[in-house]
Design a protein around this ligand. Structure first.
Ligand SMILES: *[C@@H]1O[C@H](CO)[C@@H](O)[C@H](O)[C@H]1NC(C)=O
Ligand SMILES: *[C@@H]1O[C@H](CO)[C@@H](O)[C@H](O)[C@H]1NC(C)=O
Ligand SMILES: *[C@@H]1O[C@H](CO)[C@@H](O)[C@H](O)[C@H]1NC(C)=O
Length: 279
């Protein structure tokens, strides 16, 4: 029953691969690597990959260096990135939510921080398998009203997503949503069952390869909200998660990096002409 679908996906993959290598000059993807049933778990130290899968630009660490050659005004690209990401994930039924600095920005006004250079989302364990099986290297075209000719985005899944260990420090990022015009991307990390902590009496323990730990009830059930104008999910205990990660002051302080939060307009405004923002 699945084979016709897979056939179509493989054909789609073939067309994509041709298009991608044509555009970017990267080597042809190895088709055997687009496997359908990867469930292997690497348990021993020896098996942990010694190679980093995703590479970042020297110019700027949130660009993918296969696509970057210029410096860009980042905010409009980031807004498009998050909007197109959630639009796509919502459409294909992938379970994903915002986290870290992006969740903090959401907390204030459901918009990106003007000083943001980074977006973070997480996916569930079953979702990363689903994305790896059916959507790796898929290209998603968006006819954005303010972008002449529209823009294409690619979902790329790190083959080391099957390695659960935090010791795989070179492959903490499980997948990326990449703006193919600029190389800007969103890091996607999977949240997995933490078997070791579960055995030690924490039956809800979850972990990410980037060493963040949660309990199931911190994240689930996910809540519905909006960010940058699109429907997104947020973790259930968002206040707790934000206070754990950034301290309670991060939720009350109205001055950051040379910006002041205007309570009336609910917008971060530059504090003074002389900006001390850090990039
Ligand atoms: C996704 O595709 C790329 C390019 O073919 C490949 O290098 C990578 O291993 C694939 N990822 C997975 C999870 O199979
Ligand atoms: C996928 O499943 C088939 C049949 O169950 C098996 O022969 C094959 O080795 C599996 N491939 C991987 C990469 O696990
Ligand atoms: C790289 O630079 C060239 C020439 O300036 C430009 O045409 C191209 O769009 C740029 N590519 C990216 C990915 O920004």
């Amino acid at each position: 029953m699945r084979s016709p679908t897979i056939g179509v996906l493989w054909l789609y993959g073939l067309l994509l691969a041709t298009a991608i290598s044509g555009v970017c000059g990267i080597t042809n993807p190895n088709f055997m690597s687009v496997r359908k049933n990867v469930t292997k778990e690497y348990k021993s130290e020896r098996q942990i990959p010694k190679e980093k899968y995703f590479h970042e630009s020297d110019l700027y660490h949130h660009y993918d260096d296969r696509y970057t050659n210029v410096s860009l005004p980042v905010i409009p690209y980031l807004s498009d990135l998050i909007q197109t990401y959630f639009t796509t994930m919502n459409a294909i039924g992938a379970e994903t939510w915002i986290m870290h600095g992006t969740l903090l920005a959401w907390w204030w006004n459901q918009k990106l921080f003007p000083w943001d250079d980074d977006l973070d989302v997480q996916v569930s364990e079953s979702t990363i398998h689903f994305l790896a099986d059916y959507y790796n290297m898929t290209e998603h075209y968006f006819d954005l009203p303010h972008v002449n000719g529209g823009r294409s985005y690619m979902l790329e899944v790190n083959p080391n997503y099957i390695v659960k260990s935090e010791r795989d420090t070179l492959n903490k990022i499980d997948a990326r949503w990449i703006d193919m015009s600029s190389g800007l991307f969103i890091d996607i990390t999977a949240v997995r069952k933490d078997e070791a902590r579960r055995l030690n009496g924490r039956p809800e323990a979850l972990m990410c390869k980037d060493k963040h730990n949660y309990d199931e009830s911190d994240i689930f059930p996910l809540r519905d909200s909006f960010f940058e104008g699109v429907p997104v999910k947020i973790p259930y205990a968002y206040t707790y998660i934000l206070e754990e990660e950034y301290g309670p002051r991060a939720l009350t302080r109205t001055r950051f990096y040379g910006y002041i939060f205007n309570e009336r307009t609910r917008i971060w405004e530059p504090a003074a002409r002389k900006s001390n923002r850090s990039v």
